[in-house]
Design a protein around this ligand. Structure first.
Ligand SMILES: NC(=O)c1ccc[n+]([C@@H]2O[C@H](COP(=O)([O-])OP(=O)(O)OC[C@H]3O[C@@H](n4cnc5c(N)ncnc54)[C@H](OP(=O)(O)O)[C@@H]3O)[C@@H](O)[C@H]2O)c1
Length: 345
């Protein structure tokens, strides 16, 4: 039975939920997939960076992290700079779950490159490095014969890349429209129901949905990064989020949202990708959807993506009320895929 040695970069909402899922499913992974593994290192920004070559006690790590304590009591502190550690670690798979940054240069990119260059598989739910460097990372992973998977970057555990890159081989994406930011959709739904913008944002925070920097969600950055990521990965685009028209929900008037609803329409933030001649374009805008629009019924934290391809005319992928478990599942399903030798979606 193959024993994977995992390094977790980031032990926040997603990293911890993955640890819970991994603990819960250990026996099932062995029985159904012949997959055995240990988390041998965990890195954080302010809560310690530790390793245990025999496997970190994840229950203890979760207890410490849950109490806001340093992880240093559940392993040997790693003193080497993180990039050096990643390159030399006795591990075969790195899971990158540090916060989203909208920048060409970013620590998460360096983490992933260090892992791939040293022959380690990489799984990430972090959109930042993928949106700016998809081709480079994909090509590096191929050259090193290791896995690079990123299902959790868009729509959590709902199959987007697995479906469009792996299952629907031979189909080409012509365009897409999606409701891709749970926080914005939740806040808009709360405003439709009569609550304030602030109450909606507080509800998103309570669910662990808000990015470390809330502007990522409410200023429309998260949806814009996802639109660019889909356009770059699925349509061969070369877009950067900062160059794409973007409209967030911050400062939106609740009265306007309720007025539109009373008139039978809905304000929704729609992320789009399309082709104009040979150029791939993307945008994120607030739109008034009519009841005949396929995205009209998407409420609360639900997400949906309408994809038009040259083979299957219109395909609607929708995910009802996802939570952290669904994001953790994306990482978990990527782990199984890599274990099975499906290195790239
Ligand atoms: N939350 C979601 O629902 C969701 C859904 C899909 C995708 N994602 C993506 O998943 C990633 C993680 O999200 P999250 O909600 O888990 O974030 P989070 O709760 O803010 O956790 C981030 C973790 O990364 C650590 N960290 C920050 N900078 C680091 C660095 N330079 N080196 C090592 N560790 C570092 C933090 O350390 P400290 O604990 O010391 O601060 C923390 O443990 C993000 O890229 C996000 O966009 C999140």
């Amino acid at each position: 039975m193959a024993g994977h040695r995992l390094v977790l970069l980031g032990f926040g909402n997603v990293g911890r939920e993955f640890a819970r899922l991994f603990l819960e499913q250990r026996r099932t992974l062995r029985r159904e997939h012949g997959l055995d593994g240990e988390v041998v290192a965990i890195a954080t920004a302010r809560h310690g960076t530790v390793e245990d070559s025999g496997g970190i006690d994840l229950r203890k790590a979760l207890r410490l992290a849950g109490g806001g304590k340093s992880l240093e009591r559940c392993g040997e502190p790693i003193r080497a700079p993180l990039l050096e550690y990643i390159a030399t670690a006795k591990a075969d798979l790195v899971i990158e779950l540090t916060p989203l940054r909208i920048a060409f240069k970013q620590p998460a990119l360096d983490h992933i490159v260090a892992a791939l260059r040293s022959g380690k598989h990489v799984i990430t739910a972090n959109k930042g490095p993928v949106v700016y460097h998809y081709r480079q990372l994909r090509d590096l992973a191929r050259k090193m014969h290791v896995g690079f998977r990123y299902e959790g970057t868009v729509m959590d555990g709902a199959p987007v890349f697995n479906l469009l890159q792996e299952t629907l081989r031979g189909a080409h994406v012509l365009s897409f429209e999606g409701i891709l930011n749970s926080t914005s959709n939740l806040v808009l739904s709360e405003m439709e129901a009569g609550r304030s913008y602030e109450a909606g944002v507080a509800a998103a925070r309570k669910l662990g949905l808000l990015e470390a920097d809330p502007a990522m969600d409410v200023e429309g950055w998260d949806a814009t990064v996802k639109a660019c990521l889909l356009a770059n990965v699925l349509m061969g685009g070369r877009l950067r989020p900062e160059d794409v028209p973007r409209q967030g929900i911050s400062g939106l008037d609740g009265g306007k949202v309720r007025y539109v609803r009373a008139a039978g329409r809905r304000v929704r933030q729609v992320a789009k990708g399309w082709r104009e001649a040979r150029t791939v374009k993307a945008s994120v805008s607030l739109e008034e959807l009519t009841p005949d629009h396929p995205l009209f019924s998407i409420e609360g934290t639900s997400n949906a993506l309408l994809v038009r391809t040259d083979m299957i005319k219109e395909l609607l992928i929708s995910e009802r009320n996802p939570g952290l478990r669904q994001t953790a599942y994306a990482v978990y399903s990527d782990l199984i895929a890599i274990h099975q030798g499906r290195l790239n979606p």
